[in-house]
Ligand binder design. Structure first.
Ligand code: G3P
Ligand code: CA
Length: 383
């Protein structure tokens, strides 16, 4: 059974003539149609790997996520100076590598404006891959995840190709197809410095036989322009991420068309997203907002609206520690301790999610499996 063919089955395939036309028509309006999906069971996507247990975006984090049963692993992607795609959440790497302690790279510390925000530090686009490979990953939130910090200094920054190689190896070993869920980070910025992310991403996917409509791949982005561009370059499913409601995708800021994410989440705009993407990746509050006291609120119409537009819904980010949980799902007063994660995940699954991004894939898989079993047993009892 494969993640692509079993977990999510494409039942309303786009006509091949349309796909072929779309692949060639890079400058014409998008003609891609939203597919109809049958979700056999919601996907567990390992957010930055098993980032609740290992420093994020390392092969160790991805490997552990696969061992824990994740269906997909998620590498966020940025570029090196020599055009290699590497897995980091942002191009400024002082928070997730030991670069600040490397005197040989002291001269590369600089200030840049990324997506309108001034940042001082070290940036992947100033490092060749060979230089970046001498760095070692460190835990982003060591006070909250001291167990992860015990692995500081052990792991390299992986390339996209290394992530694909690992996933392929583990798929063979475990006899199940694990998918990859790459995200292009800061695409407008990388375009502006001559290191466009889309072409090397597409090349890499094609080289690995992962560019087809049924490849176990989703490509995601918080920006819109690059997803529209990708929809004309490649057939893999695309996912439009939706950030905090009042934020604006940076490509729209740069283009002088500031539409907020909440404006992109209306039924009309979801239908527009469905012309170039296959799913949406909302921040969790679009689905179940929190009440003023921090407890979990009632479902919105978002999932129904997205499904009405034939869009899958993969929400982010599910983290087990109390500090991240709604107040009514916390256990005890230690904010770093794990709370009722299964309860939160189940509440979201009941709202109709098709997948979720999880820092703790083992707990998310257990909650998902229990939810599916309970649903099936309820259906049997009702029939
Ligand atoms: O891509 C889904 C989720 O990962 C988005 O948030 O900031 O962790 O990339 P972020
Ligand atoms: Ca991400």
């Amino acid at each position: 059974m494969t993640a692509a063919s079993v977990m999510v089955a494409l039942v309303g395939a786009v006509p091949s003539a349309v796909l072929a036309e779309a692949a060639q028509a890079e400058t014409r309006p998008v003609v891609r149609k939203a597919p109809r999906w049958t979700v056999v069971q919601p996907l567990v996507i390992a957010h930055r790997g098993a980032s609740g247990y290992r420093p994020e975006h390392t092969l160790a984090a991805y490997r552990l996520a696969i061992q824990m049963g994740a269906d997909y692993v998620e590498p966020d992607l940025v570029s090196t100076k020599d055009g290699f795609l590497v897995a980091r959440h942002e191009n400024e790497i002082s928070g997730t590598t030991d670069v600040a302690s490397r005197p040989e790279f002291a001269a590369l510390r600089t200030m840049k404006v990324i997506d309108g925000v001034a940042l001082t530090g070290w940036f992947t686009e100033d490092f060749t891959l060979a230089q970046l490979k001498t760095l070692r990953a460190v835990e982003r939130i060591p006070l909250l995840r001291p167990g992860n910090a015990a692995y500081d200094g052990q792991f390299e920054v992986p390339t996209l190709q290394e992530v694909i190689d690992l996933v392929r190896f583990e798929s063979r070993r475990t006899k199940r197809t694990i998918g990859i869920y790459p995200e292009t980070k800061h695409p407008t910025y990388f375009d502006s410095v001559g290191l466009s992310l889309e072409e090397p991403l597409v090349r890499t996917l094609r080289r690995n036989g992962l560019a087809g409509r049924h490849a176990p791949v989703f490509v995601q982005s918080f920006e819109t322009t690059n997803l529209r561009e990708l929809s004309r370059m490649i057939q893999v499913p695309l996912v439009q991420l939706l950030g905090q409601p009042m934020q604006v995708p940076y490509d729209l800021v740069a283009a002088g068309m500031p539409r907020t994410y909440s404006q992109l989440a209306t039924p009309v705009d979801l239908a527009e997203i469905a012309t170039y993407a296959d799913g949406v990746g909302p921040e969790k509050s679009y689905v179940l907002p929190r009440n003023p006291d921090g407890s979990l609120g009632e479902p919105t119409s978002f999932v129904d609206d997205a499904h009405e537009a034939d869009l899958l819904v993969h929400a982010y980010t599910f983290r087990a520690e109390n500090v991240f949980l709604p107040t009514d799902y916390r256990i005890g007063t230690d904010l770093t301790a794990c709370g009722d994660y299964a309860g939160e995940v189940t509440a979201y699954l009941e709202s109709g999610l098709d997948g979720l991004f999880a820092d703790h894939p083992d707990l998310a898989v257990a909650a998902r499996d229990a939810f599916v079993a309970a649903t099936e047993s309820g259906e049997r009892a009702a029939s």
